[in-house]
Design a protein around this ligand. Structure first.
Ligand code: FAD
Length: 457
């Protein structure tokens, strides 16, 4: 009987899982494997919020495999060594896993393939596990990837998606393979108090609820900071507890402009992944250099620290930064404002901000995080690289009665309405009493500094 190993990475589900279905095709035995690799932690991909969410995901995946007669096997160590060792223990013929786009994932695959082949085993890498459309499946005439979203989206929309694969009914795991104990969420320290729950079961519940009662209003409400009316599916898409192919199919079936706009965001996710697949260095280097000489030194570090702490004196930016710390998640409009403020108003390197986001975001993702940071810094794919978002104007527009600010900035809970976005207009005596900081820099000064810097470059 044939035996296969399925290596789970960022695809922690049993539904719509091409590697698992391919491994089961011959009716043979399957070892579902997850490797906790210290190199992932060392590369900065592991952070408490993601480790806690991961623990939920692994336990739920194990439970869903057990319902089908299987179980998850967890090993700790170098992925290549552990996959080869387990494949030998189980006398496996082949190994299946999902394709991925980061430099780390490329290097892992490049080491794994020859190591397995040297032992007479084959590695099958499956696409459309972590994206709806595979990176490189659509390309412009003159390049290996799209650098502009709109033409990409046109081609992306024309692609026929593969069918959704049902979760397997039964799985047989060889008896002789043992597993390390699965991690527990409670065992992770430094987790944000408001962190959401992980796991495929929770992801599917959220998706169903979202498609039933959230997506229709997406066009009108997605930028409403206080309304919190986006799907919050990003951690599930990041960890692959939901399949992007299935999400797109199911969203399209609901019809309507809300679903269409939501699917467009999934295309943004694929867009960033095809950029990173073609330019893995974009995780750390400017995609398009503007020859910035970012501010450094003690003043810049003090400004960055005020930004991290949610104490810049700009209420909507501070609210967003405090939401990030409390929930390990931030509304997209908040992310845009926080990133514009750091890179343009404070003129601090986008990598400083991206690092802080990766330290806290439960959906922290190399492709989406680094490329969105670059987009906002103007070193990425934005066709208007020098746009600067004004936090007062944007605050009044996307948080018109100030409810979002009051939710997260407790010093300002007593200030009513849109006035909350301009606390410096309150009388000095009142300001001294509330303990909310004065602005770290005036918007005019920040704008002027940024424009001068970009004009020089
Ligand atoms: P929805 O609005 O419901 O969108 C549905 C899905 O589409 C999201 O779950 C996400 O997978 C995808 N999506 C939405 N917006 C974008 C976008 N701008 N780019 C790419 N994909 C998108 N997203 C991450 O998943 N991980 C990150 O680390 C990340 N870092 C970001 C950093 C900055 C500076 C900015 C501006 C954006 C970042 N985003 C990131 C994109 C976006 O903010 C989040 O995906 C979104 O806020 C998640 O909330 P949601 O699931 O409710 O999104």
């Amino acid at each position: 009987m044939q035996t296969s190993v399925v290596v789970f990475t960022c695809d922690l589900r049993v539904s719509d899982h091409p590697p698992l279905r391919a491994a089961l095709r011959g009716g043979g035995r399957v070892v579902p494997l997850f490797v906790r690799d210290p190199a992932v932690d060392a590369a900065g991909f592991a952070a408490p919020n993601r480790l806690a969410f991961l623990a939920d995901c692994l336990r739920d995946l194990d439970a869903r495999l057990r319902e089908r007669g299987g179980q998850l096997v967890l090993r700790e160590g170098d992925t290549v060594t552990e996959v080869c060792r387990l494949a030998a223990e189980a006398d496996a013929d082949e190994v299946h896993m999902a394709g991925d786009v980061s430099a780390f994932a490329h290097a892992r695959e490049q080491r794994l393939r020859p190591a397995l082949e040297g032992d007479g085993r084959r590695l099958y890498v499956h696409d459309t596990v972590s994206t709806a459309v595979a990176p490189g499946a659509v390309t412009p005439a003159s390049s290996d990837h799209f650098a502009v979203f709109t033409p990409y989206y046109r081609r992306w929309s024309e692609q026929g998606l593969r069918e959704v694969l049902d979760a397997p009914r039964s799985i047989t795991v060889p008896e002789e393979v043992g597993s390390a104990p699965l991690p527990e969420r409670a065992g992770v320290s430094g987790v944000s108090p408001g962190l959401c729950a992980g796991g495929e079961t929770e992801g599917r519940r959220r998706l169903t609820a979202w498609l039933r009662s959230g997506v229709d209003a997406y066009v009108e409400r997605h930028d409403d900071l206080a309304g919190d009316a986006t799907s919050r599916l990003s951690p599930h898409l990041h960890f692959g507890t939901l399949s992007p192919v299935e999400v797109v199919h199911r969203a399209r079936r609901t019809g309507g402009s809300g679903a269409e706009a939501f699917v467009r965001q999934i295309a943004w996710r694929d867009f960033n992944r095809q950029v990173l697949a073609a330019r893995p260095d974009a995780a750390t280097h400017d995609y398009r250099t503007r020859r910035d000489r970012w501010r450094g030194g003690r003043d810049a570090e003090a400004d960055a620290e005020a930004w991290r702490a949610g104490r810049t004196g700009y209420p909507v930016v501070d609210a967003a930064m405090r939401q990030l710390r409390h929930e390990g998640w931030m509304h997209n409009r908040g992310r845009l404002l926080a990133a514009s403020f750091l890179t343009k108003t404070l003129y601090v390197d986008w990598r400083v901000g991206a690092r802080h986001f990766l330290d806290l975001l439960v959906d922290g993702d190399v492709a989406n995080n680094q490329l969105n940071w670059q987009w906002m810094a103007g070193t990425g794919t934005d066709t208007r690289p020098n746009r600067v978002l004004n936090p007062v104007v944007q605050g009044k527009r996307y948080d018109p009665d100030g409810a979002y600010v009051r939710r997260w900035v407790e010093e300002l809970t007593g200030v009513e309405g849109a006035d909350v976005h301009e606390p410096w207009k309150r009388p000095a005596r009142e300001r001294a009493g509330i303990g909310y900081p004065e602005p770290v820099v005036s918007l005019a000064e920040g704008l002027d500094r940024f424009r001068r810097a970009r004009a020089r470059s």
